[in-house]
Write a protein that binds this ligand. Structure first.
Ligand SMILES: [Zn+2]
Length: 110
């Protein structure tokens, strides 16, 4: 492992935890903007379920038939899975970075 910036071998490995949080809203926010939030949420859901409904009406049954003919297991694509994913959930992603002791350059292990 050598530094890409200065070429020094004096690198120290450091574990970094990247937190990915699908943001939910607090109670106070909900009190002030509650009714707006409900309307916004309603339209958001409409939009969300419209995509899901459109998907099932237009695409899913065709794929299901094709998969049935090919005797393959049918699975929903990733963007449909993402639409079903819930708010307020924490996802942790741990990675290792290397810090150069010579110039302070930070780089990934790759
Ligand atoms: Zn360096």
């Amino acid at each position: 492992m050598s530094c890409k910036k200065c070429g020094s071998e004096n690198m120290v490995a450091q574990a970094v935890t990247k937190g990915y949080f699908k943001q939910g809203h607090g109670c106070l926010w909900l009190i002030f903007f509650g009714w707006l939030y409900v309307i916004a949420l309603f339209f958001k859901w409409m939009y969300k379920y419209l995509i899901i409904i459109m998907y099932y009406v237009c695409v899913a049954w065709v794929c299901a038939i094709v998969c049935a003919i090919k005797k393959k297991k049918y699975e929903n694509p990733q963007f449909i899975k993402n639409l079903f994913r819930r708010r307020g959930k924490m996802y942790n992603d741990e990675s290792t970075i290397f810090v150069c002791q010579n110039c302070g350059n930070r780089q990934n292990s790759k």
